[in-house]
Design a protein around this ligand. Structure first.
Ligand code: ADP
Ligand code: ZN
Ligand code: ZN
Length: 814
């Protein structure tokens, strides 16, 4: 009797062993979701392995309760990946898998069965196979069995086997639903010309026009099928004409899946460029043999903004597909990746699955199943696409690899870029980390040979990188002892650009109107009651908001210390910038893009669309405007205050500032006209500002690496941050000290134990926060120590009610 190794969806740091009735286990493979007894409860579990080796003699083996799905939810090839993640990030494996799978899977999902076209034909001709008689009538008449019927059929092993066989033969489809309306593919009625594109002369005017419109749209999109909706947009009289054309056999119509980009348009076909640039050729010449050899090989693609990295990704993907392997493309945030999304959809069409936050639960599950069943070979998505159930990825691409959104900051703190490299290693795949500003860590790996470096140092068609001018705020005439938000240089630049009918971007990485509310009578700064953070004024909404926990109150507040109502708004954010800009340039059309103005994807897309259509002259925004966008008419970028991110108490502040500025600068001059950048700063001599001005990544890297070496920070050491949180301040402190003493007592060689100390954000969402930083050169040692400390924290005398979270390779020390 085989034994089942199961990861329970529960906070258990090891796997469990179960058995299953012999009749059932034949269909089981790794990746199946099971219902298992755990203590007195029934919980979900994930089957990791089947073996003949019994567990230790005193282990009480229980029987699984049920098999939850008709197919495995992830391929067996991913089991080792999950094991590695659990070990490296010190997180329960079952909870990792649970987080990886699409949300909203009911413990026992609704299941429907329908006949496919082939099934209808086959059932009509020959006597149908061994499906229980009472259900046959419905299947033949309605072509479908309801969830209730399926539930009954499903109880018997024999039925399950028959139905799966029929599904494999393509006669049946098994659908798992969350709710009926969500799951079906969004299909649209499409039309296609049947034969020659020649328009017969005897047609009515409206029919002729319809045919021509169809021809034109098909040519434009480089696809045969055209959605009726789009045809109607091109020629409003096409509706009726289509029916008559179909009747005459000139056009055929069908419900089809239509891909639309986030702007609601069918993405235009981006044809392959006639010729690759020299650098693209060199890069692909190195990638090609690696992809063909089907061995693990990591590359770092350092290409300046506008150097044509997307085309490299596309052609590399093609090579992997030719080898019959899958492709995984990760982008920092899918909403920001409309460009890449559009390119891949146009080039590869139906084989793509997109995993992003805009999908409903049903759609997400649907995509997941397509991938797991091997029906889509290319997956594009944000951080969580790392877990896409591709059985054999041959190429993994991490675009904008330096982006900190690849790091998950709560509960399961994994870094999707690092994990992607590991997944590629296990899958014997090529991994490409791409960026205009590689992370210091990745570039260091490229220096010491761990990654192979690929460089694309110039923009396509030799377009110039924008000219960057620094405006020294210390030398500007002050108003009330402060420099103005808009220096004369910036105002002049904006006016000139406006008169040339060019677009401008204004960047400030801070939301709201004012970021401090200061009491004029007693000097107190208004703070969030849950967090140790000052409140930000949002003038339009008349609210004071905590940017960490979302706590909100009316802006007409009184000072909690002295009850004075005389509060003054200090500091500035994007809302203030937009306000001031309206006064400075009343004729200009101004919009703002940040998390307040674009709470929803729809609003976000609307603003971007307006910029693309040139209905906006000046776009003000936070880092949301910096990433990935291709605005061909933007020729001026203004940075209100480059120093905002320099003051953050984090060893990565310099690296972040350089990355952010370089990304923002990269938005200028991507089209026909060259770009210009004006940067206002109090620190014109700071190395991240100087090097971003000169577009000198190498120099930046050298200076940053020298600093890191001197302080023994990564990449010269590894870090693990232990974070203690709880509602009682003194217990949090006590817990942190207990663990710190234990850590020192264990006397691991060459590990620095820094702290414990209150975190820079000492209180967040009502919880007090302390941390203890472990730093060492040997990561096995470091991990061992942290494992031991975590164990100690699970037992007394560790105070109750205190949570210890382990953050391996922390990105953020706040
Ligand atoms: P990056 O991602 O490196 O910032 P993109 O991939 O967005 O750059 O490419 C910038 C522009 O150059 C895009 O409009 C793209 O279509 C175009 N492009 C890329 N490769 C070529 C090529 N070989 N010939 C002509 N145009 C190209
Ligand atoms: Zn006061
Ligand atoms: Zn708060």
């Amino acid at each position: 009797m085989p034994f089942l190794e199961v990861a329970a969806a529960a906070p258990i740091p090891y796997t469990l062993t179960y058995k299953s009735q012999s009749a059932c286990h034949r269909e089981l493979t790794a990746g199946f979701r099971l219902l298992i007894p755990l203590g007195p409860r029934q919980v979900t579990g994930y089957l990791l392995a089947i073996s003949d080796k019994p567990p230790a003699a005193d282990y009480r083996i229980r029987e699984i309760t049920d098999i939850l799905d008709p197919y495995p939810l992830f391929p067996g090839s991913m089991v080792n990946f999950f094991r590695w993640l659990a070990d490296y990030y010190q997180y329960p494996i079952g909870e990792i898998i649970k987080a990886a799978l699409p949300g909203g899977l009911a413990p026992q999902s609704l299941r429907r069965i329908s006949l496919t076209t082939a099934g209808i034909a086959s059932f009509a001709n020959s006597s149908p196979p061994q499906i229980p008689k009472e259900y046959l009538a419905d299947l033949c008449e309605k072509h479908e069995l309801s969830a209730a019927q399926v539930k009954r059929i499903w109880r018997r092993q024999k039925n399950r086997t028959v139905i799966r066989q029929l599904a494999e033969q393509g006669l049946l489809e098994i659908h798992d639903e969350i709710s009926k309306d969500q799951v079906r593919d969004k299909r649209e009625l499409c039309a296609q010309l049947i034969n020659s594109p020649a328009v017969p002369p005897d047609l009515k005017k409206s029919e002729q026009k319809t045919m021509r419109a169809l021809l034109e749209l098909s040519r434009q999109s480089n696809r045969q099928w055209v959605a009726k909706r789009d045809l109607n947009k091109a020629y409003s009289g096409s509706g009726k004409a289509l029916s008559s054309l179909t009747g005459r056999g000139l056009v055929m119509m069908e419900q089809r899946k239509v891909y639309r980009n986030p702007f609601g348009e069918v993405p235009p076909s981006y044809p392959k460029p006639h010729e690759l640039t020299e650098h693209q050729k060199q890069v692909l010449a190195k990638l090609e043999p690696a992809i063909k050899s089907a061995a693990f090989k990591p590359f770092l693609l350092h290409g300046v903004t506008g150097s044509g990295k997307t085309e490299v990704y596309l052609q590399a993907a093609e090579l992997a597909l030719q080898s019959g392997r899958g492709v995984l493309i990760m982008v920092p945030e899918i909403a920001l990746a409309a460009q890449i999304e559009g390119n891949f959809l146009a080039r590869f069409g139906e084989q793509i699955s997109l995993l992003h936050s805009g999908l409903s639960k049903g759609e997400r599950l649907d995509q997941w199943k397509r991938i797991a069943a091997g029906r889509s070979k290319i997956v594009i998505g944000a951080r969580s696409a790392l877990f896409a159930p591709l059985s054999d990825p041959g190429l993994i691409i991490v675009d904008e690899e330096h982006d900190s959104s690849y790091k998950q900051e709560d509960s399961f703190c994994y870094h999707a870029r690092d994990a992607a490299v590991l997944r590629a290693r296990q899958a014997e795949a090529v991994v490409i980390l791409g960026s205009a500003t590689p992370s210091i860590i990745s570039y260091q790996h490229a220096q010491n040979g761990k990654y192979q470096l690929l460089s694309m140092p110039v923009r396509v068609e030799n377009k110039k990188l924008p000219k960057v001018e620094i405006v020294d705020l210390r030398a500007i005439k002050t108003v009330n002892k402060r420099p103005p938000l808009f220096t004369p240089q910036l105002i002049r630049g904006l006016r000139e650009n406006f008169h040339l009918h060019q677009q401008s971007l204004i960047f400030l990485n801070r939301r709201g109107y004012a970021n401090l509310m200061l009491c004029q009578s007693c000097g107190y700064t208004l703070q969030c009651p849950n967090c140790q953070v000052s409140l930000t004024l949002h003038k339009n909404r008349q609210e004071l908001v905590c940017h960490y926990c979302g706590n909100t109150r009316h802006s007409a507040a009184i000072c909690p210390k002295c009850q004075s109502t005389d509060l003054k708004a200090m500091g500035f954010g994007t809302e203030r910038i937009e306000d001031d800009l309206h006064k400075i340039m009343p004729q200009a059309r101004i919009a703002r893009l940040d998390r307040d103005s674009a709470m929803k994807r729809k609003e976000y897309m609307k603003i971007l669309q307006a910029v693309h259509r040139q209905e906006i002259d000046i776009l003000v925004g936070t880092q949301m405007i910096a990433k990935g966008h291709h605005f061909p008419h933007v020729t001026l970028v203004g940075v209100i205050w480059a120093d905002a991110s320099l003051g953050i108490p984090d060893y990565k502040a310099g690296e972040r500032t350089f990355q952010l500025l370089t990304q923002v600068f990269g938005r200028a001059g991507r089209g026909e006209f060259p770009g210009r950048v004006l940067v206002q700063t109090h620190h014109p001599e700071h190395y991240s500002i100087i090097n971003s001005k000169t577009h000198n990544y190498e120099n930046m890297f050298q200076e940053e690496v020298n600093l890191r070496r001197a302080l023994n920070f990564p990449p010269f050491s590894r870090l693990i941050n232990l974070r203690f949180t709880g509602e009682n301040e003194s217990s949090v402190k006590e817990a942190a000290h207990k663990i710190s003493q234990a850590a020192r007592h264990l006397k691991y060689p060459n590990i620095d134990i820094l702290g414990p100390s209150p975190a820079p954000l000492a209180r967040l969402r009502g919880r007090f926060r302390w941390h203890l930083l472990l730093k060492g050169g040997n990561w096995q040692n470091l991990h061992q120590l942290s494992h031991k400390l975590k164990e100690i924290s699970n037992k007394p005398p560790f105070p109750r009610g205190i949570k210890l979270s382990v953050d391996v390779d922390p990105e953020n020390m706040l």
